[in-house]
Design a protein around this ligand. Structure first.
Ligand code: PMP
Length: 362
């Protein structure tokens, strides 16, 4: 025991605007069925693991040196993966799309500036916003979680935010946005517009990506991640596509050598195996649609989903349902508007366990 044993957070001279805040906190609980953080349930194949081990061995010999600071090779390969005629100069990568978003806020937000998002949406958008001393403005979605294009444009015109967040498909509701809505917001916005497409690969057939709007909209930023469809959450790689000038802005705030040699190598190996990794998406979509139907057949309310999770309800005591599932070895997420719960889509076996646990709880 030291004499400082009883010191607490509020005794420290932390920033006034951080006092009373709670950190991001999806519980990490060791249970048999983990359906709470929208990970891809399929682990990498032996071929990928072997390839990665080989690559790490090769890179390990040079770890006395700093990594490729601009991650040129990885960015070129990510650009090739995205298509739409993009090149390395229009792509940027960092440690998860969370870091990409933080760099955007550092460059375009900050003290005296504002960011607007339409809630319910991804909880890290306001956390990263306020963490960079940017003011958060909460816009609203409709009762069915869609975004009314006219109302969204009006909110942007009223508040004139420096940054607008559009999440498509949206977390935690699963709602994708039509391009027309994104275009309306782009036309109304004076600042940067970030379309967070973390779950884009899971969208239903024919859903267009905001990437197609980049040539006409120099202030548009589209973010993606290797954490979801790519099944590489542990690697921590997120990326974005935008005008090259936007990437020049991000270079001003990024830490030098932010993306480790091993991270860059792992991401490049994953890209080489992308047919296998993205090959899980069809199964997950099927499992998602089956989950939506199953929950609806039980009389529950379920939001349409274009993602690898489903928001369902409504439970006046959602905590009890969440706990009942946990007691049966199934961890889902207590998130989103009151009375709703979110389940990530797992393997067929995991979803069978979820259904069995739900039968028990209901
Ligand atoms: N955007 C959205 C909408 C998300 O749901 C998540 C992960 N939950 C992220 C970004 C960040 O993911 P990562 O940092 O792993 O890329």
């Amino acid at each position: 025991a030291t004499k400082w044993e009883h010191m607490e957070l509020h005794d420290l001279p932390i920033r006034d605007d951080l006092r009373g805040r709670t950190p991001y906190g999806a519980p990490q609980i060791d249970v048999p069925v983990r359906l709470n953080t929208n990970e891809n349930p399929y682990p990498p194949s032996k071929a990928l693991v072997d390839d990665l081990a080989e690559e790490v061995r090769r890179e390990a010999a040079g770890l006395n040196r700093y990594p490729d600071r601009e991650a040129d090779a990885l960015r070129a390969e990510l650009a090739g993966h995205l298509g739409h005629g993009l090149g390395a100069g229009q792509v940027w990568a960092a440690n998860g799309s969370n870091e990409v978003l933080q760099q955007i806020l550092q460059a375009f937000g900050g003290y005296g500036r504002t960011a607007l998002g339409f809630e319910p949406s991804y909880s890290m958008h306001p956390i990263i916003t306020t963490g960079t001393s940017t003011e958060w403005i909460s816009g609203a979605r409709e009762d069915d979680f869609s975004l009314d294009p006219a109302k969204a444009a009006a909110a942007v015109e009223e508040h004139r935010p420096d940054i607008v967040f559009l999440t498509s498909p949206n977390n935690p509701t699963g709602t994708a946005l039509p391009l027309g809505t994104i275009t309306r917001v782009l036309e109304a916005a004076r600042g940067m517009v970030v379309v967070d497409e973390a779950y884009f690969e899971f969208a239903r057939e024919g859903t267009p990506s905001a990437l197609s709007l980049l040539p006409e909209h120099p202030r548009l930023i589209v973010t993606r991640t290797m954490s979801k469809a790519f099944a590489m959450a542990g690697t921590r790689v997120g990326y974005l596509a935008a005008h090259p000038a936007v990437i020049e802005a991000l270079l001003l705030v990024r830490l030098p050598y932010h993306l480790s040699t091993l991270t860059q190598a792992a991401a490049r190996v994953a890209l080489r195996h992308r047919a296998e990794l993205l090959g899980t998406v069809d199964d997950l979509r099927r499992e998602r649609d089956a989950t939506v139907s199953w929950l609806r057949a039980r009389g529950l309310t379920v939001a349409d989903s274009d993602a690898n999770f489903v928001l369902f309800g409504r439970f006046p005591e959602r905590r009890a349902v969440w706990e009942g599932l946990l007691a049966r070895g199934v961890l889902i997420r207590e998130v989103g508007p009151p009375e709703w719960l979110r389940v990530s889509i797992g393997t067929g076996e995991e979803m069978a366990a979820f259904r069995a646990a739900m039968e028990g709880v209901l």
